[in-house]
Design a binder for this molecule. Structure first.
Ligand SMILES: [Zn+2]
Length: 367
C-alpha cells in the first residue's frame, strides 16, 4: 500500500494542487472553476472520479429548492478510484475501485443509531454532497466516514452500471420497500423517470403481482415495461385515477409509489390506494409550501392508508446489496443511460437534464 505522499506524487495535478469542478454560483447559475484537491480527515477518503450521473435533484438545487449556494460543487452520484485515505480508514486503500453513496451519513449520530441514518445530524442530514459540502462533479471528491460510506465494486460490474447504485437503485428500491407490497399485490408507480423505473424494478423484485406504471413519454413507457410494469397508464390521455381504479376492479392498489415530487401526483397516489394500503413517497417535492391530502379519499383521516416517505438510504451494506443485484443480472440499470458526455461537456449535459431535452432519461458523465 502506498503512503499518502507517494500517491500524491503519482498524480498529474499535484503540482498545482488544483482540480476542475462544476459548481453552482448563486441561483440558476452554474459553471466550471478550479478548486484545491480535497484532503481527507482521519476517517475519510478522497476519490478520483471516473463516472458520474446527473440527477434531476441537481437541477432542483440550482433553481433554489434548498436555498442559494455560492461556489458549491454539484453532483452526488459518482464512482471512482480511491486516491488517498485518512490514517484511520481500514477497509480501503488507494487504487480501490469504489461506489460512494449519494447519501453519506454520520454513523455516530443518534438518528443513525435509531435506524434513520439518512437523517443524521439533522433532517436529510445524510445528504451532504452538493448540499452542505462539495459534491462529486469534480476530478476528485471527499468522502466522510469512508469505511461506512463506500463499497468496493466487484470486478464483474462496470463503473457505468455501478454508478446507478449511488442513488437511482437505492431510492427506487426504497419506494418499493416502503410501499410494503404483499407478494402478488398490486402497485402503482407514479412517473417512470429513473427513480420510478427502479421502483418498478424493485416492485417486481419484491413480488408484486400487478405493476401499473403512470407515464406519458413513450421511451419511458418502454423502459417501464422492460423493468416490470404490466400495464401503462398514460395520464396525458386518460384520468390516471379512474384508469387505475378500473384496472383493479374498483379496489385500488395495495401500494402506490410517488416518484415524481408533485402535489397532484401525491394526491392521486392517495386516491388510488385501497384502505389499509401504503403510499410511499420518494419524489423530491421541490416547489410550494404544502402538499394536499384529499380528505374523503383519505377516509376523513381514518382509512388506515399509510403515508410514508424516505430519503435514499446510505451505507456500505446497502450498496453491497445493490451491487449484488447488478452483478447477478437481476436488473440492468444501464438501459436508462440515454446520453453520454465527457466531464468537459457537463454544462451541456446539465442544461439537457434541467430542461429535459432530447428525450433525456439519465446522462452519464465520463472523466
Ligand atoms: Zn440523485
Amino acid at each position: 500500500m502506498s503512503t499518502t505522499s507517494e500517491v500524491l506524487t503519482q498524480t498529474e495535478n499535484v503540482r498545482t494542487g488544483t482540480m476542475k469542478a462544476f459548481v453552482m454560483n448563486g441561483l440558476d447559475h452554474v459553471g466550471f472553476v478550479e478548486k484545491p484537491i480535497p484532503t481527507p480527515g482521519p476517517n475519510d477518503a478522497v476519490v478520483k472520479t471516473t463516472r458520474a450521473l446527473i440527477c434531476t435533484s441537481d437541477a432542483h438545487t440550482v433553481h433554489g429548492a434548498i436555498g442559494p449556494r455560492e461556489g458549491l460543487t454539484l453532483g452526488h452520484e459518482a464512482v471512482g478510484i480511491v486516491y488517498t485515505v485518512g490514517s484511520e480508514v481500514k477497509n480501503f486503500k488507494p487504487g480501490d475501485r469504489v461506489l460512494v453513496g449519494a447519501i453519506t451519513p454520520d454513523w455516530f449520530d443518534d438518528a443513525s443509531q435509531a435506524g434513520h441514518s439518512s437523517q443524521s445530524d439533522q433532517p436529510l442530514g445524510g445528504w451532504k454532497f452538493a448540499n452542505v459540502k462539495d459534491g462529486v462533479f469534480a476530478e476528485y471528491f471527499h468522502v466522510n466516514q469512508a469505511d461506512a460510506n463506500m463499497a468496493l465494486i466487484p470486478e464483474t460490474v462496470p463503473d457505468e452500471a455501478a454508478v446507478y447504485c449511488c442513488d437511482m437503485l437505492s431510492t427506487g428500491f426504497l419506494g418499493a420497500e416502503l410501499a410494503n407490497i404483499p407478494i402478488g399485490g398490486t402497485v402503482a408507480v407514479f412517473a417512470e423517470g429513473p427513480v420510478g423505473l427502479m421502483a418498478t424494478a424493485g416492485a417486481r423484485l419484491r413480488g408484486a403481482g400487478l405493476i401499473i406504471g403512470v407515464e406519458s413519454v413513450p421511451k419511458r413507457q418502454e423502459l417501464a415495461r422492460h423493468y416490470g410494469a404490466d400495464v401503462i397508464v398514460d395520464f396525458s390521455k386518460v384520468d390516471p385515477v379512474a384508469a387505475i381504479l378500473e384496472i383493479t376492479g374498483g379496489k385500488g392498489v395495495d401500494g402506490a409509489i410517488e416518484a415524481l415530487g408533485s402535489d397532484l401526483t401525491f394526491q392521486n397516489a392517495i386516491k388510488v390506494t385501497k384502505a389499509g394500503g401504503t403510499i410511499a413517497n420518494v419524489g423530491y417535492h421541490g416547489h410550494g409550501d404544502y402538499l394536499h391530502i384529499p380528505r374523503l379519499d383519505w377516509g376523513v383521516g381514518m382509512s388506515e392508508k399509510y403515508i410514508v416517505n424516505g430519503l435514499c438510504p446510505g451505507g456500505k451494506l446497502r450498496m453491497e446489496r445493490l451491487l449484488r443485484i447488478i452483478d447477478n443480472r437481476r436488473v440492468d440499470p444501464t438501459l436508462m443511460t440515454s446520453h453520454t458526455f465527457s466531464f468537459d461537456e457537463l454544462d451541456v449535459a446539465f442544461d439537457m437534464m434541467d430542461k429535459k431535452l432530447d428525450g433525456v432519461v439519465k446522462p452519464l458523465i465520463t472523466f
